[in-house]
Design a protein around this ligand. Structure first.
Ligand code: CAA
Length: 258
């Protein structure tokens, strides 16, 4: 499918979705988020795709929700369209693993989109922030909720109340990003990480994603039980037999997602 605001490429079982509104620093308007939702659903259906990367440009992953699109809207407009509700749900319901490759600004909805991915690898140029407070509003796509879970109350509260930006080093220290790499090698590093994930059994990847996400939603005892039952269920798969046989035979496993 031809998209106007994103570019999608699939190579070696990895789909790379590049946000592509350079004149607006990849500001997230409804059209872009709609296209992103469709592209992610397509990736889930496409058997060639085993891992997904969402990225932006060197200057901006995304500088937030599109302020120009929102500025004239009323409460009724926002409420009745459940602004960003459907798109947000579409992104988080993607089953395959998604890596956010962030360089430059990841602000407002941009930071929130990165946090909706399964993990973030940041260039040393990355800047994260929830500056909505400067616009007389507040985050609407997870900035008060996911950021608090990632970095804890104190830092999330400060970021949301002041709108200050966090650089990549601070973001790594705070646990917002899994790793910081030099900007020039960001895409190589992310591609090679995605490649490693793509080589695993997709059943294992999807189950790991579901189980880690459960850690946010359930008490520890329920999360541990959910994990254990998924682990037990894997003993009914060919990939478990293949993975363990390959270990014992000292060879590389050939997973078939069965
Ligand atoms: N929405 C719409 N357009 C945006 C945008 C946004 N969030 N961010 C940048 N742009 C546009 C600018 O208007 C400008 O367009 P024009 O050339 O037509 O004027 C173009 O992108 C380049 O931006 P700047 O000239 O401002 O670039 P800069 O390098 O001087 O500054 C910046 C970069 C600090 C990121 C600055 O653009 C900025 O502060 N952007 C807004 C950040 C923000 O407030 N984000 C939160 C949005 S609200 C939100 O996200 C709600 C939510 O939770 C869902």
């Amino acid at each position: 499918m031809a998209y106007e605001t994103i570019i999608v490429e699939v190579e070696d079982h990895v789909a790379t979705i590049k946000l592509n509104r350079p004149d607006a620093l990849n500001a997230l308007n409804s059209h872009l988020l709609g296209e992103l939702s469709v592209a992610l659903a397509d990736c889930d259906k496409n058997e060639k795709v085993r891992c997904i990367i969402i990225t932006g440009s060197a200057k901006a992953f995304a500088a937030g929700a599109d302020i120009k699109e929102m500025s004239d809207k009323s409460y009724v407009d926002m409420f009745m369209s459940d602004f960003f509700g459907g798109e947000g749900n579409a992104i988080i319901s993607t089953r395959k693993p998604i890596i956010a490759a962030v360089a430059g600004y990841a602000l407002g909805g941009g930071c929130e989109l990165a946090m909706m991915c399964d993990f973030i690898i940041a260039a040393d140029t990355a800047k994260f922030g929830q500056p909505e407070i400067n616009l007389g509003v507040m985050p609407g796509l997870g900035g008060t909720q996911r950021l608090t879970r990632y970095v804890g109350k104190s830092k999330a509260m400060e970021m949301n109340l002041t709108g200050r930006f966090m650089d990549a080093e601070e973001a790594e220290r705070a646990g917002l990003v899994s790793r910081v790499v030099p900007a020039k090698s960001l895409m190589d590093e992310v591609q090679s990480t995605a490649q490693k994930i793509a080589e695993k059994s997709l059943m294992s990847s999807i189950a790991v994603k579901e189980a880690v996400n459960r850690a946010y939603e359930t008490p520890l005892s329920e999360g541990l039980l959910y994990e254990r039952r998924l682990f037990h269920a894997m003993f009914n798969t060919e990939d478990q037999k293949e993975g363990m046989a390959a270990f014992m035979e000292k060879r590389t496993a050939q997973f078939r997602d069965r």
